[in-house]
Design a protein around this ligand. Structure first.
Ligand SMILES: *Cc1c(COP(=O)(O)O)cnc(C)c1O
Length: 797
């Protein structure tokens, strides 16, 4: 083992010590800014090495038999059980510890015991509870959500009417996993007043214990049941535990189920009876084979944690200081017009710095300089590009989040039915955020992490200009006829795969659902039936579809392999091959479609090995007539409001896919100038995955281009008087997918970073415009590159 130096006591020295130590011990944190310790915390190199050595040196058998390997396991498990009780200063005379797979399983164990009580049980839970604690209510006879600490106090103080008969369980978190608030621990003692011995307390310490010692040394003041996540303390192994007061053992006697390990004798033949284990409580509750190796790993975890971080109250002081630094930093961020950037969700006045009432978590949302909410999805996209790991949304704390964001039940229902598709883009509904941004710190966090995060928020979300940096209205409102032409046309025959450039000058059919042959196929995960997307599988950018009209096939190849596959272009090859397809339900962006999957094994094998997941090719069901295709682009779209006076059902998607996507070369040039001025690499047009690229005349003198003119356009006609008319449906909202190099499949930071700084409108980062054919206008339905483009500017108001 590496030389062990004691973690110093002084706060500043402790921080530098952690900064230094984690270079060796947490190599996975080298480039990442990890701020999701309330989700889980990383494990150290020393822990993994020690565990490995232990596994290689010893033979561990299934416990409870006579072999030496079995005895070793039994001994080891019982030792670890004692060490853990010791960590929480829980006297084995009063407490037992049951191993579970996670904290949720520990909570369920308590629920299962109460469910079997005579007449069921009454359940009360605090509004700040984790989802796993809230769920217990579904098994209770009656339940109540305490919406404030005061309500709990009143309940504890009064002989509650509800307490007339039956058994009572009160559950609350020692620390909210949403904003880190710590709730009073003395409630545990108060429930045990003489009147109320039929009332018990379940303390959810899963969030609390990860950075703070929990002291059960005063058994009379401790909760009856304490649920823990060992994963959140040590990072590894993946285990939970329930610490139980032994005087509650009778509650578990009514448990009906038994499993291997929890009975002494079972009779099945002719008679049916069994004898439950009567030994220690954990023997009655640990069904089946224990996770032996995980429990053994705890020994290494306990030792390593102590060596690396010292006592738990050192960790507590360190993380409390960091949380205060984070809170103070976020509060002080202001836009140039002096408005606050962060709305921070604390209960009452700030408690940061006082670790008895506040843990190292900050929950907040951001506002722009006009006071509008910034979409959390936008924050997540930038964080993901910058390798910042945080959590957004409801963070498994339904009551706390609804209370902090002031969401009424009807609003939550409405948000639910409004649907969160393609990664929940619509996270601001009715002018309110529907989730929070949660930053949580852990033992190996440092001051530099906090500073780094504050700099991230400052760089992207603090508006430093006093005036509107760029207005959507800059071009004169008149027809900009004929300055633009179609530079190129592109289709994506297989959704999310490489583009196929339509040869220059070749006339191409345009339809209501897009350019002919665009997104005619998709690749579907064979297990889940979900259409795969490049966002999760950047390698899809390398899959090259090729439309071969001479041979009548779509060929699919992949650079670096000589293999390729081909399928007929004909939409219905069944007359030729009965078994080409199997029908199955699939989803695209969360919406059900009935896709036709190719049954060929060769196709599935080729795509599965290209992408690295089990998948195959599917064809969208055929179009029956020009405007009633059930293809993806029409399958799940709300109707767009038409401003051109038409009321046709317009196929526009929720996500960044619409019938047709148009971008302007002039805008791209401007964007690239900005990227290059910051030392970044210019973006290739292909990353925007546009169907139509518009360009201005190359004869224009420099500086006369009209970048962002498309923001002001209502529509365009392509190819002169008789040409098709297209309508602009709004800007295309961008995500980090524009950072995937479409040739190499590699991820970059640009152009999203610069887009996020220069093209953010109302919390959306826009580039390119969603476009659709106006059915009634224009006779021809063909366009080609080189065609002139006449644009119609939006009429004023
Ligand atoms: C994480 C957490 C849980 C759930 O823990 P699992 O181990 O994921 O089951 C429950 N309560 C709180 C407060 C938590 O932070």
């Amino acid at each position: 083992m590496a030389n062990i130096c004691e973690p110093p006591d002084d706060l500043e020295a402790y921080d530098s010590y952690v900064e230094q130590m984690r270079k060796d011990e947490y190599p996975m944190l080298k480039d990442a800014l990890y701020l999701d310790h309330a989700g889980t915390t990383p494990y150290s190199k020393r822990l993994m090495d020690r565990f490995h050595t232990d596994m290689m040196a010893n033979l561990f058998g299934n416990p409870h038999s006579a072999s030496p390997s079995s005895q070793r396991s039994t001994l080891e498990i019982e030792n670890v059980r004692m060490q853990l009780l010791h960590l929480f200063k829980a006297d084995p005379e009063h407490f037992d510890l049951v191993f579970t797979s996670n904290a949720t399983a520990a909570i369920k164990l308590v629920m299962e015991a109460f469910r079997e009580q005579e007449g069921g049980f009454w359940y009360g839970y605090h509004v700040d509870s984790h989802t796993s604690v809230v769920g217990v209510r579904e098994c209770a006879e009656q339940h109540r959500c305490f919406e404030s600490d005061e309500e709990v106090e009143v309940w504890l103080d009064n002989e509650s009417e509800e307490a007339a008969n039956g058994t009572f369980l009160l559950a609350y978190p020692a620390q909210s996993n949403m904003n880190g608030r710590r709730l009073p621990l003395e409630w545990c003692k108060r429930v045990r007043g003489p009147r109320q011995r039929r009332a018990y307390i379940l303390l959810d310490a899963a969030a609390h214990a990860s950075t703070t010692p929990l002291d059960l040394s005063d058994a009379a003041a401790a909760a009856d049941f304490t649920a823990l996540s060992l994963t959140k303390i040590f990072g590894f192994p993946d285990l939970g535990a329930l610490i139980v007061r032994k005087d509650t053992a009778h509650l578990f006697q009514k448990r009906r189920y038994f499993g291997g390990g929890t009975v002494d004798m079972v009779v099945c033949v002719k008679e049916q009876w069994h004898a439950k284990k009567s030994g220690p409580l954990h023997e009655q509750l640990e069904d089946g084979t224990l996770p032996i190796h995980s429990i053994v790993a705890l020994r290494s975890a306990l030792q390593t944690h102590r060596e690396l971080f010292g006592a738990l109250d050192q960790v507590s002081r360190h993380t409390a200081a960091l949380a205060k630094q984070l809170y103070t930093g976020l509060v002080s961020l202001r836009h140039a017009n002096d408005t606050h950037v962060c709305a921070i969700y604390t209960s009452g006045e700030s408690s940061y710095g006082d670790s008895t009432i506040q843990g190292p978590i900050v929950a907040f949302t951001l506002r722009d300089r006009r006071g509008n909410w910034v979409s959390n999805t936008e924050v997540e996209k930038l964080a993901s590009i910058k390798d910042v790991h945080l959590r957004t949304g409801g963070v498994c704390n339904p009551g706390g989040v609804a209370q902090m964001l002031d969401l009424a039940p009807w609003e939550m229902r409405e948000n639910f039915s409004a649907g969160h598709r393609c990664g929940g883009e619509n996270d601001i509904l009715n002018g309110k955020p529907t989730g929070v941004i949660r930053v949580s710190l852990g033992a190996m966090s440092t001051r530099s992490d906090v500073a780094h995060f504050l700099a991230f928020v400052d760089e992207f979300f603090v508006d430093k200009t006093l005036h509107s940096p760029q207005s959507m209205c800059l071009s004169p409102l008149r027809s900009l006829s004929q300055r633009f032409h179609v530079e190129s046309l592109t289709v994506f025959p297989v959704k999310s795969c490489a583009r196929w450039q339509i040869p220059h000058g070749v006339p191409w059919e345009i339809r209501g659902e897009g350019l002919a042959w665009d997104r005619e196929w998709c690749i579907v995960h064979q297990g889940t039936g979900k259409a795969l997307s490049q966002k999760q599988h950047p390698r899809m950018a390398l899959i090259r579809p090729d439309l071969d009209f001479k041979a009548g096939v779509l060929r699919i190849s992949m650079p670096g392999t000589s293999e390729q596959i081909a399928v007929p272009l004909s939409a219905d090859p069944t007359p030729f091959d009965e078994d080409a397809f199997s029908q199955r339900d699939a989803t695209v962006c969360g919406d059900p479609i009935s896709a036709r999957l190719y049954t060929s094994l060769a196709i599935a094998n080729f795509l599965s090995s290209a992408i690295g997941v089990t998948c195959t090719l599917a064809r969208f069901p055929f179009a029956s007539g020009n405007f009633s295709s059930t293809r993806h682009s029409k399958a799940h779209l709300p109707q767009a409001k038409s401003t051109l006076g038409t009321t046709t059902h317009r196929p526009i998607l929720l996500s960044n896919e619409s019938p047709i996507l148009t971008i302007s070369r002039s805008s791209l040039n401007r964007l690239n100038e900005q990227i290059k001025s910051q030392g970044g690499r210019a973006a290739h047009p292909s990353v925007f995955r546009a169907n139509i690229v518009l360009a201005e005349s190359s004869l224009l003198p420099p500086g006369h281009e009209q970048p962002w003119a498309e923001d002001e356009w209502e529509g365009m006609r392509i190819g002169g008087d008789d040409g098709p008319v297209l309508e602009f449906l709004g800007g295309c909202r961008r995500c980090q997918m524009v950072c995937i190099d479409q040739v190499s499949g590699e991820k970059n930071q640009e152009p999203f970073l610069t887009l996020a700084k220069t093209r953010r409108f109302g919390g959306r980062v826009l580039f390119g415009v969603h476009t659709a054919l106006v059915a009634e206008k224009g006779g021809r339905r063909m366009i080609r590159s080189g065609d002139v483009v006449e644009t119609v500017a939006r009429s004023n108001e």
